[in-house]
Every structure is written in structure tokens, then in C-alpha cells.
Write a protein that binds this ligand. Structure first.
Ligand SMILES: [Zn+2]
Length: 292
């Protein structure tokens, strides 16, 4: 009997090359369902392969991360040491390549896609928007939910829009919402929710669930948002190998730690842990159309 679900994990990344099967087995032993998420065509293919290695309890989401629409990004945990040949040279979304993957019944969503204003300029924002809209169209075509990646920018790191250095924060949440309102016929989930009450309300009103990571185990920044998110609109994830929850800080993150996120949500909402775990599983079944 599955009790927990990690709706956003990257066991498909190179950080797990040495012990991927052991990590997946530990998830199974901890009654945890895993959805591995792609970030470009290679990691998307890998997530589908991984899902098909197991008879049950493992699914895939495929798509192009906004960061990989640009050429400069390389993360060793994602693509490996000396994996330069796999570094995205600025992937232009090939709809047919992703359509091929979408035929697989283990693929339960599209993403992670959206807008990342953390490191960007005018040109990269235009590319990100184009790739995001293309993925919304694919989601409409296949009637699959969207796994959204949204990150705000700060004045310190992003240079210029229309040639003018930006003052203050650049909010990606409302730009994503505008594009969804214009194009999307499907709903989905806001992965790694990092907005405030206003952003939370806007996405919840639009019918998107919010998912939380291990970050909530070591900061109180999201307590208020979690208190205000109805139990039937909340999800849990690890975003492994990143953001390891307490008490495992300092170690590589993995799906079996998702129970720490459930425990914290139960604590914040002052509800029994079993009730919260059950509700989250129902939410995931509903949003991603899982049958088991
Ligand atoms: Zn991710």
C-alpha cells in the first residue's frame, strides 16, 4: 500500500548514476510513489525509461525547463562531470520528439516548464515564453496536466529589459498565469511553490495545486501559505537531488524523504499525518490521472 507520493523528483539525473536502483528500491520500501521529471530531451527520455523499469509506483513527466532554452547552464548533478556534450546548447523545443514520449502510458504530465527570471535577460525571457507556450499546446493536445517551474528574479542578478536595468523583483508568477489564461485548456501543479499569499491565491483560484519541498522543514517562510492552502489542493515533492529536508540536511536528497514534507504539512495544519498523507495521494491521483 502506497502512503506517500513524491510528485517531482529527478532520480533520472546523473547524481543517481551510481545507485539509482537502490534509491528507487528505498522509495518502494517506504511506500512512496515517485514521479521523475525531465528538464530537456535527454533527461525526459531517461525519466520515461526509468518509469518503465518498474511494474508500478514510478511515473514520468517530460518537458523542457526554462533554463535549458538558453545555452549557458550546466549542473553537474543533472548532467554529470565532463558531461559537457549533454549540456543544453539552448534547446529549441521539438514538439514531435516530445509527442513521441507522450505516447507512453507512464507519462503523466508535461514539464517542468514555465518561466525562470533568476538568471535572464530580455532575449532569454522571449525564448522561455515561446518554449512554455509550445508545451501548453502539447498539454492541451494530449490532455495532460502541466508541471510548472516558476522562479522570480532579483535586481542584483538580472540585467536589463528593453535596455533598462530592472529595479526590485521581477515576478514570474503573474507572467505565467497570463500565459496560462491565454492558452491553457488543462490544469496542473506549481512545483516548488515559492510565492507569497497573493500568488498562492491566484493559482489556487485558477485551479492549480501547489507543491512543497523539504524547504518547509527548515524555514517558516511558507507556513502561512500552507495554512491557507486547502487540503485538497496541496502536494508533496522532494525535487531530489536538491533541497534535502531536515533531519537529512547535508545529504543528497531522495524520494523516500518525502514523508518529512508530509509530516511538516500535518504539523503546520495541525492535522493527523495519516489524514494529510491520504489527502495528498488523492490529489495526485486526481491531477495526474493515476490508477492503482
Ligand atoms: Zn525540478
Amino acid at each position: 500500500m502506497y502512503k506517500y507520493i513524491d510528485i517531482h523528483s529527478h532520480v533520472n539525473f546523473s547524481a543517481f548514476d551510481a545507485d539509482r536502483d537502490v534509491v528507487m528500491k528505498r522509495a518502494e520500501e517506504n511506500d512512496t510513489i515517485v514521479i521523475n521529471v525531465g528538464t530537456q530531451i535527454d533527461t525526459s527520455k531517461k525519466s520515461v525509461e526509468l518509469a518503465n523499469k518498474y511494474a508500478e509506483g514510478v511515473y514520468a513527466i517530460i518537458g523542457l525547463h526554462p533554463i535549458h532554452t538558453g545555452a549557458s547552464y550546466h549542473d553537474v548533478k543533472e548532467l554529470g562531470e565532463g558531461g559537457k556534450e549533454f549540456t543544453s546548447r539552448g534547446e529549441i523545443l521539438d514538439k514531435d520528439a516530445y509527442r513521441e514520449l507522450l505516447k507512453d502510458p507512464k507519462v503523466v504530465g508535461i514539464g517542468e516548464c514555465g518561466l525562470d527570471y533568476y538568471r535572464c535577460d530580455e532575449e532569454s525571457i522571449a525564448k522561455q515564453k515561446e518554449a512554455f507556450v509550445a508545451q501548453i499546446e502539447l498539454a492541451n493536445e494530449f490532455n495532460k496536466p502541466l508541471m510548472l517551474h516558476i522562479r522570480n528574479g532579483s535586481a542584483k542578478v538580472h540585467p536589463a529589459i528593453n535596455g533598462t536595468p530592472q529595479e526590485g523583483n521581477l515576478n514570474a508568477y503573474f507572467d505565467v498565469l497570463d500565459l496560462l489564461k491565454k492558452h491553457a485548456k488543462v490544469k496542473g501543479d506549481v512545483h516548488f511553490f515559492a510565492g507569497g499569499l497573493q500568488e498562492a491565491k491566484a493559482f489556487l483560484d485558477f485551479g492549480f495545486t501547489l507543491s512543497f519541498t523539504g524547504v518547509i522543514t527548515f524555514t517558516h517562510d511558507y507556513d502561512e501559505v500552507i495554512r491557507n492552502t486547502p487540503l485538497d489542493m496541496i502536494m508533496t515533492e522532494t525535487d531530489s537531488p536538491y533541497v534535502t529536508p531536515a533531519p537529512y540536511r547535508g545529504k543528497r536528497n531522495e524520494p523516500s524523504y518525502v514523508k518529512e514534507v508530509v509530516k511538516k504539512i500535518a504539523e503546520i495544519k495541525n492535522l493527523p499525518e495519516s489524514e494529510v498523507a491520504f489527502a495528498i495521494m488523492q490529489n495526485a491521483k486526481r491531477v495526474f490521472g493515476l490508477h492503482f
